[in-house]
Design a protein around this ligand. Structure first.
Ligand code: AMP
Length: 436
């Protein structure tokens, strides 16, 4: 399949080729013709599958003809859960717009509203927005939806996880009834399905395989270290393994700052990214990580959502997440697009319960290593594999944050007969064997 067979015209084909996209990804070849035909779409696709171009290109094709937007009007609205994802989606769209003349705008909270109001004044073809800031702008009459033709909900599951259901419903009430609806979501839990059914009409369902089946393709290694020695062990590992682009997860914002500072002081340029940082600081940290100015990005779970960094080689869990599903999200950041990645977890004895929950969810015991010089005083107890837990029933919307976190099904096949998986030694690892 070629991009030229999908019904896109020359300016978009030229842009896609200038970006180096040789052929459409599965989500693109399935979604683009359907969206061009005007139908509603429900797509199960994760970040990394090329889903942004999957909805943006056909929308841009449609908007390249027809009436220009009047003052404060919007023709296509793309809602995203996070500021980072909003900025990224608009950035992608600007790339596709190189040979077109569509006006695109991105709005999100945490930065001044006035420049956004000014930008919207002349009308915009495509507006990428987070729900809260969009509602603020609407209340101030900065945005109108009389000319709205298309609505996209991007990462709908994350939007519900993050408690945006009420904001989304408020936005929906403001939109003209006659419009095309496109809903993209990595997972289809009962709550996402209910939302999808209330928004779309006779939608075409599209589903593509995730860019990697995390548990099977990511090489996972557990290193048992004492809690007080974790940052020291991380520093040693980064130097020993000569890791360049490493995403480190910390459970707390304070921890993220502390770790980034200690690493930087040890000669490993690092930055932290979390909710207390200003939008400017977050964007700067991300671009410095992408261009290699900083080697390590220390992130909290929420801040890491929606970050698009292709093919991260290594992800490190400096502490295990409280929710097992977050572990799967975290390690899914590595090994994108078929490249294999490594996920290292530095685990102290007090994290036994989190470890058990993770191993139950992924139905696999994490292979253990010890790092020489960092042998633990407090040993992490051995674990055995227990049967997968039944998925919890979805709770009412206000408790969705927790309820949805457990929605993810185990992605690996169960191997209950194998008590401990064969240990694979990570490439170039110089860790010692686990003394049992
Ligand atoms: P997304 O899933 O939309 O976040 O896209 C993931 C990454 O894949 C982005 O960096 C895109 O620029 C890139 N990408 C999207 N479509 C293609 C394609 N057809 N060929 C090569 N790269 C692509």
């Amino acid at each position: 399949m070629q991009f030229s067979e999908l019904g896109l015209s020359a300016p978009l084909l030229k842009a896609v080729s200038a970006l180096g996209f040789a052929s459409p990804s599965p989500i693109q070849s399935q979604a683009i013709p359907v969206i061009l035909s005007g139908k509603d779409v429900l797509a199960a696709a994760q970040t990394g599958t090329g889903k942004t171009a999957g909805f943006a290109l056909p929308i841009m094709e449609k908007l390249s003809s027809g009436q220009k937007p009047g003052g404060n009007n919007v023709r296509a609205l793309i809602l995203t859960p996070t500021r980072e994802l909003a900025a990224q989606v608009e950035d992608n769209i600007r790339g596709f717009n190189e040979f077109l003349d569509l006006k695109t705008t991105v709005v999100f909270g945490g930065v001044g509203i006035n420049p956004q109001m000014k930008r919207l004044r002349g009308g915009t073809d495509i507006l990428v927005a987070t729900p809260g800031r969009l509602l603020d702008l609407y209340q101030q009459n900065a945005v109108k939806f009389d000319q709205l033709e298309v609505l996209v909900l991007d990462e709908a599951d994350r939007m519900l996880d993050m408690g945006f259901i009420h904001d989304i419903k408020r936005v929906l009430k403001l939109l003209p009834a006659k419009r095309q609806n496109l809903l993209f979501s990595a997972t289809f839990s009962p709550t996402v399905t209910a939302l999808a059914e209330s928004i779309t009409q006779s939608a075409v369902k599209i589903s593509v395989a995730p860019p990697n089946t995390t548990v099977e393709e990511v090489q996972q290694i557990l290193v048992n270290v004492d809690k007080s020695k974790k940052v020291g062990a991380l520093t040693a590992l980064i130097k020993q393994q000569k890791w360049r682009q490493t995403l480190v997860f910390s459970r707390t914002k304070h921890g993220a700052n502390r770790i980034a500072t200690r690493l930087t002081n040890s000669g490993i340029p690092s930055a932290a990214i979390h909710g207390n940082k200003s939008q400017g600081a977050r964007t700067r940290a991300l671009s410095e990580f992408k261009d290699g100015t900083v080697n390590v990005l220390v992130a909290t779970d929420i801040a890491a959502r929606g970050i698009d960094i292709a093919q991260l080689p290594v992800v490190v869990n400096l502490d295990l997440p409280n929710t097992a599903a977050d572990y799967v999200h975290r390690i899914g950041r590595t090994g994108r697009a078929g490249a294999s990645g490594q996920a290292w977890s530095l685990v102290s004895a007090d994290e036994l319960q989190q470890l058990k929950d993770i191993e139950t969810l992924i139905q696999k015991l994490l292979p253990r290593e010890t790092l020489s010089g960092f042998e633990p005083d407090l040993k992490l107890a051995e674990t055995t594999l227990s049967a997968p837990k039944k998925p919890k029933k979805p709770k009412k919307p206000k408790q969705q944050k927790e309820a949805n976190a457990g929605d993810k099904k185990p992605q690996a096949k169960a191997s209950p007969s194998r008590r401990r998986p064969a240990r694979r030694k990570p490439a170039r690892a110089s860790t010692g064997s686990h003394a049992s």
